[in-house]
Design a protein around this ligand. Structure first.
Ligand code: AMP
Ligand code: MG
Length: 409
């Protein structure tokens, strides 16, 4: 039975509405939190900095003491000690007293400003053991003074529920001393490539065989996103074998992605695999090139996305359909690809339906590979590309100078 093609947007809508976000949570240590999605809001239990501190190397004192200081009438302060970062000075400074202080050290009680080391005259002693310094200008209260909690305050919301924990969040959580985070479980995704012609790099190519690129291509993409496949395999064009494998896989995963076997050839096995499993086909065929025969099914409520085996088709449909599926599973908003408008710098010499091409975007101009290098079975010309270019349906070839939609990869 030949099903009618649906629009990509409808396909993505069906995928998303048939997927539930992973709801399981686990507590991980901060060292394992990078790349995870926070499952509960995290608030700070502390101020940062936890005490008022000096932003520079200099001398701390009470600004009142130098309110009349000038070049002509410098004020002399007695240096009563030195405080280094990590130390705590708990004596109160008296009037006309100063403490030599290093960047990051706590400002002693009684002091409310810090003068730069370069701006004082050391009149007695030396830097190792300063005895008296002269200040030759008035200073305001809290000059060169970092307030306790000026970065973040106890009770501040450090991480919202559902937020991706990236390197900045890691630094912020650590700055508040957070050592454990409740995160959502990672999605478990199975990735299968199918085709009797496929063999693995390292094997000797027999006549009629090719090296599989899709496992490496798509698992590479998944690793790059932070969601490597939990299960993967290369399966033959045998419906029973594939069905058997999928039966086991759905017990363990949240999403299955396959490539190959969805077109109309005699060995396009997914037309038999789904009935063998009793899986429900949600759609087959999407109005776009490449990757038209993309298929989506549900088996035991587990979503299965079956993509065309042509490597460029697999890449495009993975990007446009599997990535939104993973975004839905994880809530990871980073995965939402940026779309911009750019000017085509090359001609595309075909007209027809909606197409996605590989391209290289630079300074608002998008270059396409040379003619003849666009086929869905060709991957090599994608090297150096950084975007997908959307060519809308058109009766005439789209030429250089046209504004097009570009999806940044
Ligand atoms: P299919 O989607 O199974 O009809 O395959 C379409 C084309 O893509 C055929 O030329 C296949 O040999 C090729 N192909 C399928 N799977 C892969 C793969 N994993 N790696 C490279 N080429 C593939
Ligand atoms: Mg095949």
């Amino acid at each position: 039975m030949r099903k009618t093609e649906i629009q990509l947007e409808e396909a993505v809508g069906l995928i998303v509405e048939n997927i539930q976000p992973v709801a399981d949570v686990e507590t991980v240590s901060l060292s394992e939190a990078m790349g995870r999605i926070g499952a509960r809001a995290v608030y700070s239990g502390t101020d940062n900095p936890p005490f008022a501190r000096s932003p520079l190397d200099g001398y701390a004192f009470f600004s009142e003491d130098v309110k009349n200081a000038s070049g002509k009438k410098p004020v002399k302060l007695q240096v009563v000690g030195t405080v280094f970062a990590g130390e705590w000075w708990n004596k109160k400074l008296g009037s006309n007293e100063a403490v030599r202080i290093m960047t990051g050290a706590a400002i002693p009680p009684g002091a409310d400003c810090v003068v730069r080391q370069e701006d004082v005259i050391l009149t007695e002693g030396n830097l190792e053991k300063p005895a008296y310094v002269e200040i030759n200008r008035a200073m305001g209260a809290y000059e060169n003074y970092c307030f306790q909690g000026e970065d973040l305050k106890k009770g501040d919301l450090l991480l919202e529920e559902g937020r991706y924990i990236g390197w900045v969040e890691m630094g912020i959580l650590a700055s508040a001393g957070i050592c454990q985070v409740l995160v959502y479980r990672r999605p478990r995704i199975a990735l299968y490539v199918t085709g009797d012609e496929l063999c693995f790099p390292g094997q000797r190519l027999q006549p009629g065989k090719i090296y599989d690129s899709n496992y490496w291509l798509l698992s590479g993409r998944m690793k790059e996103m932070g969601y490597p496949p939990a299960i993967a395999g290369l399966l033959p064009d045998e419906p029973e074998v594939v069905a058997e494998e999928l039966k086991k896989a759905v017990e363990k995963v949240d999403l299955v992605v396959t490539t190959g076997g969805v077109s109309v050839g005699a060995k396009d096995i997914f037309h038999q695999v789904l009935p063998l499993l009793g899986a429900k086909q949600i759609f087959w065929r999407v109005r776009m090139k490449p990757g038209t025969p993309a298929m989506f099914s549900l088996y035991q409520d587990i979503p299965m996305l079956h993509l065309s085996g042509n490597p460029f088709a697999a890449a495009v449909t993975f990007e446009l359909m599997a990535v939104p599926a993973i975004e839905r599973l994880t809530g990871d908003e980073r995965l939402n690809r940026k779309r911009i408008r750019a000017v085509l710098a090359s001609d595309f010499n075909k007209s027809g339906g909606r197409r996605f091409l590989r391209g290289c975007l630079k300074d608002g101009l998008v270059m396409l590979p040379s003619a003849g290098k666009h086929a869905s079975g060709m991957l090599f010309s994608m090297a150096g590309c950084n975007c997908l270019v959307e060519i809308p349906p058109s009766k005439v070839p789209v030429t250089a100078g046209h504004l097009v939609d570009v999806i940044l990869l």
